[in-house]
Every structure is written in structure tokens, then in C-alpha cells.
Design a protein around this ligand. Structure first.
Ligand code: PEP
Length: 249
């Protein structure tokens, strides 16, 4: 019987405004207080950088954590537009998503860069949520497990001590924001593969989240699979009742 605590993290992406965040977060806090599911599941939201202070102010007395959607591999210096782990920590972030497929696709982030970001996060006391996932074409070519292995290779090469401070997220690119969800069986196959790689790396009990059009309606069947420890949620994390519905699942 696994002792891995469930984890549901919202990824707001580039959405929100001060007014919308205020409404969403205060609704979430109210729902959390009413639901009292927080013993079972750990919750967090990853907001755009400019809103981290607002998020911290609203969530500081709640059980909901928060984090950034990326973090620089560098500590400081001439890296225009980047945000360091130290800066995230100053705003109380416990989490940083690294290697999201949108960063890999639109910002050319390689798996080596993602591994360095994960290492920087750990060094700064923040838990990286390291995302991996195959494209539709890679899946159709039968390459899913090889793609996942190669994306994880530099990350797992950081060593057991580092890997034990990470959360991984399997996010098939074809399921992100598309309304398509991997079936629980498709997801479990990849999660089991990731679990075996984690075991080889000396960290078999790290949590592995699923992400890709998770909704309240499909969360329970995904979470029923033995190697799925929670979810990284995009679109549905922008609606308090939807996000809470996933947490309840
Ligand atoms: C994501 O951005 O990590 C994600 C899983 O998005 P969505 O839930 O909208 O597919």
C-alpha cells in the first residue's frame, strides 16, 4: 500500500487578473474549508509571476500552497525576463513547474535545461514539478516510452538525493488543452514506466502526476490507477468548483 499523498496542482498559465485571481482564490479557500479534504490531498496553484504576492497574501493562512510556472537555472545576473528560484522563494513559493511542454515547444527548452532548472529549484528549497510527455506523432510512431525515458535521462542523472526532492508530471502533449485525455490505462502504462525509471534512480516513491485535460468528471478514474498520484491541471484550475471537484476526487 502506497503512502504517497495525493497532490493536485493548478497551472494557470498566462491567465488571470487581479480581480479574477481575488475571486478564484477566495472561492477556493471557501470550498477547501467546507470540503475538509485537505488531509487526503495536497493542493497548490502556480500563478503568473506578477501575481505571486497577491496569491501569497490570499493563501497564506490556507492549506493551499503556491508556486511559479517556471524558474531560471541561474541564480542572478544578465538574464532578461527570467525569474530565479531565490525570487520565487521570497514570495513563499513551495513549487516550480519546470519543463512544461509549452516551455519546451515555444521557448526551445531542452531536457538538459529542464534538468538544470530542476537542480536550481532543489538547491533553492523549492520542489520542482518536472513535466514530460510525448506528442501525438511520437505516440503514433510507437515511441512514447522512449521519449519519456530520454526526457527524464538528464533529470534522473542528478542522482537519488535530488530526485527524492522532485515531483514528476506526465503530460501527453496531445492531451494538453485539447479536451483529449489519456485513458486511465494509457496514462497508467506511462506512469508505471516512469515509476520503474524512478526505482532505478533510487527514488521509487516520488509522486507522479498526470496532466492533460483533467476534469472533475475524469479525475477519479485516473486517480484510481496505482501509479497516478494526482494531477497537474490547466484549464479546469481557473474555475474554483472544477478545481475543487478534482481535489475531491
Ligand atoms: C497543463 O497546462 O499542464 C495542462 C494539463 O493543461 P489542461 O489541463 O488545460 O490540459
Amino acid at each position: 500500500m502506497s503512502v504517497r499523498r495525493r497532490l493536485v496542482i493548478g497551472n494557470w498559465k498566462m491567465n488571470g487578473s487581479k480581480a479574477e485571481n481575488q475571486q478564484l482564490l477566495s472561492d477556493l479557500v471557501k470550498l477547501q474549508n467546507a470540503a475538509a479534504v485537505n488531509e487526503a490531498a495536497e493542493l497548490a496553484v502556480c500563478a503568473p509571476f506578477p501575481y505571486l504576492q497577491q496569491v501569497a497574501d490570499i493563501l497564506k493562512d490556507s492549506v493551499i500552497g503556491w508556486g511559479g510556472q517556471d524558474a531560471s537555472e541561474h541564480a542572478k545576473g544578465a538574464y532578461t525576463g527570467e525569474v530565479s528560484v531565490g525570487m520565487l522563494a521570497e514570495f513563499g513559493c513551495a513549487w516550480a513547474i519546470v519543463g512544461h511542454s509549452e516551455r519546451r515547444a515555444y521557448h526551445g527548452e531542452s531536457s538538459d535545461v529542464v534538468a538544470r532548472k530542476a537542480a536550481a529549484a532543489i538547491a533553492g528549497g523549492i520542489t520542482p514539478v518536472v513535466c514530460v510527455g510525448e506528442t501525438q506523432a511520437e505516440r503514433e510512431a510507437g515511441n512514447t516510452l522512449q521519449v519519456i525515458s530520454s526526457q527524464l535521462e538528464p533529470v534522473l542523472a542528478l542522482g537519488a538525493g535530488a530526485v527524492r526532492k522532485m515531483v514528476l508530471a506526465y503530460e501527453p502533449v496531445w492531451a494538453i488543452g485539447t479536451g483529449l485525455t489519456a485513458s486511465p490505462e494509457q496514462a497508467q502504462e506511462v506512469h508505471a514506466h516512469i515509476r520503474s525509471l524512478l526505482a532505478q534512480a533510487g527514488a521509487p516513491e516520488q509522486r507522479v502526476l498526470y496532466g492533460g485535460s483533467v476534469k472533475a468528471a475524469n479525475a477519479a478514474s485516473l486517480f484510481a490507477k496505482e501509479d497516478i498520484d494526482g494531477a497537474l491541471v490547466g484549464g479546469a484550475s481557473l474555475v474554483a468548483t472544477d478545481f475543487q471537484g478534482i481535489a475531491n476526487a
